[in-house]
Design a protein around this ligand. Structure first.
Ligand code: ZN
Length: 266
């Protein structure tokens, strides 16, 4: 018995090690690879999946209700109080090895686009250039009264400290984070761009998404319908596992860097 070379590898099952080899091969052969990421890629950075129950950040409130456009319009102070611990986590979060490996894939020409369901900006912090944010972003805020947009940075620290409503510097209107709340339409341009990317790719990698939130969950189907390969890396099964070329049922922060090693060093 020889010990595995890396401590991370020791925690990966034999079946998944074989799948990692297969995934690396597909990525090396692909010419137009794209990645779709979900909450699972940010949980190793300490950001909970706020759509799932039992994340522990909130004792009383249901995300579906509080993180909705209706609550934001009728009781914005409730939204801002609820959002405070999440904003704090996001503000302090650092990209993990999965984010960094994806940025490296892009720099080396192995990856064209990251489509993400996350609002934390960690792909950009890791160095990814071409990121389509399906659920908006916490990096900017927009005035609900005069529609002026502001960089979130200067507003976030005081908001995280006090939990108070962020206000427009021009008109004192309520500043809404540019994140897509429940009951709100996806940004049209992002949606069109994501669909175009899905239809043109020859490989889609799903990383840390359970493919449960529509319409984004339908994007891999659009890629498959046009003959693209599909790799799914997620802790839990998805509805498309039966159609995927490679399935890795494991943590993305452990497995994607292992795939990267094989893509870059054979
Ligand atoms: Zn304003």
């Amino acid at each position: 018995m020889t010990e595995p070379a890396s401590p991370a590898l020791a925690s990966i099952s034999l079946a998944n090690r074989a799948a990692i080899e297969d995934a690396a091969l597909l990525i090396r052969k692909a010419e137009r690879a794209i990645v779709l990421t979900g909450a699972g890629i940010s949980t190793p950075s300490g950001i909970p999946d706020f759509r799932s129950e039992g994340t522990g950040l909130w004792a009383r409130d249901e995300p579906l209700e509080v993180a909705s456009l209706t609550t934001f319009r009728t009781a914005p102070e409730r939204f801002f109080q609820w959002f405070q611990p999440l904003a704090n986590r996001i503000f302090n979060a650092k990209p993990n090895p999965a984010h960094l490996a994806l940025a490296e894939f892009e720099r080396s020409g192995h990856l064209r686009t990251v489509i993400t369901q996350n609002i934390d900006g960690l792909h950009q912090k890791a160095g990814s250039q071409h990121v389509i944010e399906m659920h908006g972003t916490l990096r900017t805020l927009s005035c609900t009264n005069c529609f002026k947009q502001f960089e979130a940075g200067p507003f976030l620290r005081p908001y995280i400290d006090t939990g108070e409503i962020t206000q427009c510097l021009s008109c004192n209107g309520i500043l809404k984070p540019d994140v897509i709340l429940f009951g709100e339409q996806l940004p049209q341009s992002a949606w069109y761009e994501a669909q175009r990317a899905a239809r043109q790719c020859d490989l889609m990698v799903v990383a840390g998404s359970s493919l449960e939130v529509l319409p984004v969950a339908g994007l891999p189907m659009q890629a498959l319908d046009r003959g693209a390969h599909l790799i799914i890396i997620n802790n839990t099964p998805t509805y498309l596992n039966v159609r995927a070329d490679v399935v890795i049922l494991d943590d993305v922060a452990t497995t994607i860097p292992e795939i990267a090693k094989r893509v870059f060093h054979g």
